[in-house]
Design a binder for this molecule. Structure first.
Ligand code: NAP
Ligand code: SF4
Length: 675
């Protein structure tokens, strides 16, 4: 008996049977935009099909030029564009999978001067005011959806997904927030629904009966003047009647001020809407958002969803379903919802990949094959860079030993996982620990590497991943008993007092503020998290927007930096705003433009502010936490090099200035892939 009976149950959809309940959801990788990248896209998607995704949904393709997300973004609007897709559909079919093309019309979210919308209402996240569509214009968009569906069928797709959520064009017609029309496409709820329903009807007619038609339905807009629950359920019924074969949930508009997918969102926080919607329709309903392990997926399916959709978890591990089916769930590289290498890349027009799996989207470029000669490799340091290097070297057939000075693996991830809202980071340590075990790597904990011993042992290659040490700024009184470095605080070696000053407002300073201002992590309690962010029920308030009720901070915290720019500027595009909102909600005082940290003494932290530094301020506090960056630890590397040992320095030991797990894991993997 499998641990995941619901997840692994087939689903008969009439003309096609899905082998299990896991859909790989849409994720724009950037490879969709140019014909020359389609072979790479094909390799990326085929690997996921081979790994067991029952149905893959591509990144979004606009049905016409007006619907493109930005100039040059992917679209499928002419026969000329069909041929390039064949390589993708053939590769997925050859791997035993099924694939649907997502039809995404950006509407007012298009970052183009030619964008269109139901009404000329500008979005708060775009600089372009859309042109309101005429009645003829509306009909032209519907015809474009139908034509794109026909072309998708010609290109060999098994279906299409009509993107009706996240605040894109179809969703813009549905909500009073963006639909101010008074003609047959606006006004009453029935009129606002007409565009979505006519699109589905036209797509069904164009593509024929034996074609999957997934409709992505926004069940929770999370914006003011969004839809009510009655409107959502009426839409679901009409879309079903118009020919949809599956309803996939969409949560939150892109302009919503509620996080919906970042790591601090509790697992499966929105999945209950699938079972609720299921009561109103006869077609399968797909649950989405923050489902990242087979256990969570199984629970959601047992709770009433017919399918689960995961996008990022398939970037982190293409073999997700296969491993679950083979009883190897503990070997899954679990997506930690950090967004750092996927969505944050998409926003700056870089190819999406995965922080944990640098091969994602680069399957044809980063090939980890068997090494021609088996070498003896020692990796020193059990943080992300070292663990990635050891795993990759072992996968290539080398004899690998991993030495770690502490009594546990994890490095900086062992600190990150202790921050409220970052609990997912522990999954990465679990994954690497298990992979090292499966691959037969000898792991020696509480073992400090010795250059002389390594040189004498006849090791072929040493990968030095000795990480970083917190940087202590040169401030008078830095040795005062109130001062603690962030790592010691977060590891619980010191406890902060009631009034705290945090020096340095990079990613770590902001994390430390979360740590200091949170008693119980709301990420582990859906109700507390909903209260904190004001996530309500669309049955009570339009769009499900309520007044946020965050828990009060147990401490007074002041966060300081020397830069005059707003705090959190350097954080990820998709996560920075969440951290900034959290700091505000917890009443953290943010002080920018510090000219000088004068001293730390019994009174507290003395700083000079103002353009000429003439304003003096004392911040009374009983704890000062230092988060001022890190220095590389690379003594061992230097000693080994002096002894003529072949050394490869990776991660923070190589460059501390940009200490970041994305680079560390990629570098560890790439170095080992070339050994
Ligand atoms: P960081 O980003 O370099 O921030 C350290 C801050 O300390 C600087 O912004 C700097 O701000 C200040 N500082 C540096 N030297 C100082 C000195 N001598 N005296 C006083 N202030 C000084 O380093 P971090 O916060 O440790 O983060 C390290 C890396 O981890 C980053 O690359 C980040 O990507 C990653 N990270 C990200 C997140 C996240 O995205 N949530 C969380 C954790 C870590 P001023 O010069 O303005 O004072
Ligand atoms: Fe998940 Fe982060 Fe990888 Fe994106 S980069 S797939 S969020 S682990």
């Amino acid at each position: 008996m499998s641990d995941y009976p619901h997840l692994l149950a087939p689903l008969d959809l009439g003309h096609v049977t899905l082998p299990n309940r896991v859909v790989m959801g849409s994720m724009h990788t950037g490879l969709e935009d140019r014909a020359k990248d389609f072979p790479k896209l094909a390799a990326y998607l085929a690997e996921r099909a081979e790994g067991g995704a029952s149905l893959i949904v591509t990144g979004g393709f606009a049905p016409n030029l007006e619907g493109t997300l930005y100039p040059g973004a992917s679209k499928l609007s002419s026969r000329r564009e069909v041929a390039r897709h064949r390589v993708v559909t053939d590769a997925v079919h050859a791997a035993g999978g099924r694939i649907a093309l997502q039809l995404l019309h950006a509407g007012r979210y298009a970052f183009t001067p030619w964008c269109v919308a139901p009404s000329a209402v500008k979005s708060p996240i775009s600089k372009f005011r859309p042109r309101a569509l005429s009645d003829r214009g509306v009909r032209r968009q519907i015809r474009a959806f139908a034509r794109a569906a026909r072309l998708a069928r010609e290109a060999g797709y098994d279906g299409v997904e009509v993107m009706g959520s996240e605040g894109y064009l179809v969703n813009q017609f549905l909500a009073p927030r963006t639909n101010r029309r008074t003609d047959r496409w606006g006004g009453s709820a029935e009129n606002r629904r007409r565009f979505a329903v006519e699109v589905v009807r036209a797509v069904r007619e164009a593509a024929g009966p034996d074609f999957l038609l997934v409709y992505r339905i926004s069940v929770l807009d999370l914006v003011e003047e969004g839809q009510t629950w009655d409107e959502v359920t009426a839409l679901a019924r009409e879309v079903e009647a118009a020919g949809a074969s599956i309803l996939n949930l969409g949560i939150g508009w892109h302009e919503a001020r509620v996080p919906t997918i970042v790591t601090s969102v509790p697992r499966a926080a929105f999945a209950d809407h699938a079972a609720r919607l299921r009561e109103h329709v006869g077609i399968p309903v797909v649950a989405t958002n923050r489902i990242n392990t087979p256990e969570v997926a199984e629970r959601v399916l047992a709770g009433g969803a017919d399918l689960v959709s995961m996008a990022r978890p398939f970037l982190a591990d293409p073999q997700f379903v296969r491993k679950a089916a083979e009883g190897r769930a503990d070997e899954i590289n679990t997506c930690i919802a950090c967004n750092q290498a996927c969505l944050d890349h998409t926003f700056v027009k870089q190819r999406a990949t995965c922080l944990l799996n640098p091969r994602a989207g680069r399957e044809t470029e980063l090939v980890i094959g068997r090494a021609p000669v088996r070498r003896k490799v020692v990796v020193v340091g059990g943080g992300p860079a070292g663990m990635a290097a050891a795993v990759t070297a072992a996968e290539r057939g080398h004899e690998v030993e991993l030495l770690e000075g502490r009594d546990h693996l994890g490095g900086q991830f062992d600190i990150a996982m202790r921050i409220p809202g970052k609990e997912e980071f522990s999954e990465t340590i679990r994954y690497f620990t298990r992979r090292l075990e499966v691959l037969g790597v000898t792991v020696r904990l509480s073992t400090w590497a010795d250059a002389a011993a390594l040189a004498a042992a006849g090791v072929d290659d040493v990968v030095v991943a000795t990480g970083v040490t917190p940087r202590l700024p040169d401030i008078p009184g830095i040795d005062h008993p109130s001062v603690v470095t962030y790592d010691r605080l977060v590891r619980g070696e010191r406890v902060a007092g009631q009034r705290v000053a945090v020096i340095g407002a990079g990613g770590v300073g902001v994390d430390v503020c979360e740590f200091l201002t949170t008693d119980r992590s709301p990420s582990l309690d859906v109700d507390a998290w909903r209260a904190e962010w004001g996530v309500g029920d669309p049955e009570r308030t339009r769009g499900g927007v309520e007044r946020p009720r965050p828990e009060a901070s147990p401490r007074e915290v002041v966060l300081l930096q020397r830069k005059a720019t707003p705090i959190g500027r350097g954080l990820g595009k998709t996560t920075g705003w969440v951290h900034r909102a959290s700091l505000r909600a917890k009443g953290v005082e943010q002080v920018t433009g510090v000219v000088e940290y004068e001293r730390i003494d019994d009174e507290g932290l003395h700083v000079r502010l103002g353009e000429d530094g003439s304003q003096r301020r004392v911040i009374p506090c009983d704890t000062v936490v230092v988060c001022t960056g890190q220095d590389s630890v690379r003594t061992l590397a230097d000693e080994l090099e002096e002894r003529g040992v072949r050394v490869h320095v990776v991660g923070g030991a190589d460059v501390a200035a940009e200490l970041d797990a994305k680079r560390a894991i990629r570098q560890g993997t790439e170095v080992a892939a070339a050994l």
